[in-house]
Design a protein around this ligand. Structure first.
Ligand SMILES: [Zn+2]
Ligand SMILES: [Zn+2]
Length: 63
């Protein structure tokens, strides 16, 4: 079976539809998409992620 996928609006990943609602609720709450590498990163480690991975300070951009 191929499976049914939906694209998460938050992390832009393809998520199996059966898990989609759960995923998106979790994702919107806890993950942000890094503007540099486009990886979903937990909100609380975003500052660290940006410093370590991209040598720059994380500035929270809403939209
Ligand atoms: Zn997601
Ligand atoms: Zn990154």
């Amino acid at each position: 079976m191929e499976g049914d996928f939906s694209v998460c609006r938050n992390c832009k990943r393809h998520v199996v539809s059966a898990n989609f609602t759960l995923h998106e609720a979790y994702c919107l709450r806890f993950l942000v998409l890094c503007p540099e590498c486009e990886e979903p990163v937990p909100k609380e480690t975003m500052e660290e992620h940006c410093k370590l991975e991209h040598q720059q300070a994380w500035r929270a951009v809403e939209n």
